[in-house]
Ligand binder design. Structure first.
Ligand SMILES: NC(=O)c1ccc[n+]([C@@H]2O[C@H](COP(=O)([O-])OP(=O)(O)OC[C@H]3O[C@@H](n4cnc5c(N)ncnc54)[C@H](OP(=O)(O)O)[C@@H]3O)[C@@H](O)[C@H]2O)c1
Length: 302
């Protein structure tokens, strides 16, 4: 089976390179790739042409414009990468009969309330990033291609920059630290996303009724926390391990989102109900702490 992977160097894309490998031939196209085709999502027609030429069974799109704050001042670029290119990919997938696996975000919601949202909850993005991702989802649905739109949240990975790594660095540099405590969500590891994605792809490819599995799913770790409690969890793990920290015990400050203004508004409630994904694909998504603790162990064992 041939799989085309866009965005192979991102957090999720990197883990997908590993997880997709047992499915067959993985053609990874990043934005610099020219042979056998381009993976630059700022060239939507070229991306569609690549799919039509390669005729894969599955296309996985892990590429996205993910700079949430910067998107407020670059809306056209964000829209090209998150919407126009995704629409072009989806039409090409429909043409060649490929399954399109695409990632979306909790930021398509407005974050009102305190319950976990199901896939059919109304969307109301607060930011340019969220709106361009929502428009990308809509374009896939409208194209008629077989698809899995997997909405996830608060992604981290062993590789690259992320919140946990930043907190550990700041706890070694600062005497005090303030972290937002009124946004709630589930930190989700790129490794979990990649492994669960491959499991879902295998289910879709094996079924006779692909259209029945086609659709939107929430794929995130179970449980919920705040950025403040997430930071506290990571810093306490470092302290327990005897890491040299400048941050004294008990001086992590909880602040409200309103006290930490950013160009893009973020949802306060990012809880995603993952029941549909678990029930459809027969998986149990682990609590967020499992993946976070594992990544910490990986960093510290290097
Ligand atoms: N990060 C999160 O917290 C989060 C939360 C919810 C949902 N998601 C979604 O999950 C998916 C994966 O996110 P991630 O965290 O793995 O993102 P990431 O680490 O920021 O990686 C995004 C990748 O997209 C690539 N990219 C950007 N512009 C491109 C272009 N014009 N052409 C080709 N590639 C381009 C980047 O390439 P370079 O390496 O060349 O820059 C990068 O490798 C995305 O759909 C994202 O919207 C992420």
């Amino acid at each position: 089976m041939r799989v085309v992977l866009f965005g192979p160097n991102g957090q999720v894309g990197w883990e997908l390179r590993r997880a997709l490998a047992p499915l067959g031939e993985v053609v990874a196209l990043d934005r610099q790739t020219r042979e056998p085709a381009t993976g630059d999502l700022e060239q939507p027609e070229a991306v569609a042409a690549a799919i039509r030429a390669l005729r894969p069974a599955v296309v996985v799109n892990a590429a996205a414009y993910t700079a949430v704050d910067k998107a407020e001042s670059e809306p056209a670029r964000a829209a090209c990468i998150n919407t126009t290119a995704v629409a072009a990919m989806a039409h090409a997938c429909a043409d060649v009969g490929a399954l399109l696996v695409h990632y979306s975000t909790d930021y398509v919601f407005d974050g009102e309330g305190t319950t976990a949202r199901r896939e059919d909850a109304p969307i109301a993005p607060l930011s340019v990033y969220g709106r361009t991702k929502a428009d990308g989802e809509a374009a896939i649905r409208a194209s008629g291609c077989d698809h899995l739109i997997l909405r996830t949240s608060w992604v981290y990975a062993a590789r690259g920059h992320n919140f946990a790594r930043t907190m550990l660095r700041l706890a070694r540099e600062r005497a005090a630290l303030s972290v937002v405590s009124d946004q709630v969500g589930a930190p989700t590891g790129a490794e979990l996303i990649a492994d669960a994605t491959v499991h879902a792809i295998r289910s879709v490819v094996a079924t006779v009724d692909r259209a029945a599995l086609s659709g939107t799913y929430h794929l995130a770790a179970r449980g919920a926390t705040t950025w403040f409690d997430y930071a506290a969890h990571v810093i306490e793990a470092a302290r327990a391990r005897g890491e040299p920290l400048t941050l004294a015990p008990g001086v992590l400050n909880a602040i409200a989102t309103a006290e930490y203004p950013t160009p893009a508004r973020r949802p306060l409630n990012s809880r995603l109900d993952v029941t549909r994904f678990e029930a459809t694909f027969g998986l149990t998504l682990p609590d967020w702490r499992l993946g976070v603790d594992r990544v910490l162990q990986e960093w510290w064992s290097r």
